[in-house]
Ligand binder design. Structure first.
Ligand SMILES: Cc1cc2nc3c(=O)[nH]c(=O)nc-3n(C[C@H](O)[C@H](O)[C@H](O)COP(=O)(O)O)c2cc1C
Length: 209
């Protein structure tokens, strides 16, 4: 009988170390725009066509409350989908880390509260420009268009001009309910799952990859 499983490294990490690593990678995804975790895919449920997924920029992590934050246009399809069905899935992958993280979360759209306001204040003028589009994202057009107001195609708005976008700006806070970690290795992959109950207690276990 084979005596031992192939080892990933001399020291296999324990589950607590793996979870620490996941938080570290998510934090890196917020801070480092070149890291794969900076651009997760977010999947929502559309009642007409089923699951829909798109990439977003990971803007924030509040580890204590298990919140991931991204920004969006309040008129977008995903905003309506989240309002109707708050359960979402986020997927992250970084080739250098050879790690995939999948999160299941409950999403909430914030438009007018202090958290949305603070995020808007920190949003660069160039990024604010997206929220100045005259039509909602996904609106049909007869011609190829960015839909921006005249004169803004090749420059950032001024601070005063950008304020018209505030009404369309929303943040989405996703409270993580479970995380699935997968590490790719030629010695055999590793996979683990972490799930939180309503009291915030975490259950961790290894999975067959
Ligand atoms: C690299 C990249 C980053 C993006 N970041 C965001 C983002 O942070 N927020 C957002 O709403 N859309 C972002 N988008 C656009 C979305 O992927 C999507 O096309 C758009 O939001 C419309 O999606 P919806 O109709 O499903 O709402 C990004 C697209 C790419 C390619």
């Amino acid at each position: 009988m084979p005596s031992v499983q192939p080892r990933l490294a001399d020291e296999e990490p324990d589950l607590a170390t793996v979870l620490e690593n996941v938080w570290h990678l998510l934090d890196k995804g917020v801070r480092d725009r070149r890291h794969g975790f900076h651009l997760p895919s977010v999947a929502t449920w559309n009642p007409d066509c089923g699951p829909t997924a798109r990439h977003v920029v990971l803007r924030g992590l509040d580890r204590k409350h298990r919140l991931l934050r991204f920004h969006t246009d309040a008129r977008s399809g995903k905003a309506a989908e989240i309002a109707a069905e708050p359960r979402v899935a986020l997927t992250f992958y970084d080739p250098g880390e050879e790690t995939q993280v999948r999160a299941q979360a409950r999403a909430e759209l914030h438009r007018r509260d202090a958290a949305a306001e603070a995020a808007w204040r920190k949003t660069r003028l160039f990024s604010r420009r997206c929220y100045l589009a005259q039509q909602a994202p996904g609106t049909s057009s007869e011609v190829p268009t960015a839909g921006l107001p005249f004169g803004l195609a090749d420059r950032s708005p001024t601070a005063a001009e950008s304020e018209a976008g505030r009404a369309n700006f929303a943040i989405v806070l996703c409270r993580i309910e479970s995380l699935d970690w997968m590490y790719l290795s030629h010695m055999g992959h590793r996979r683990a799952r972490f799930a939180w109950d309503a009291q915030g207690e975490v259950t961790a276990r290894w999975l067959q990859p």
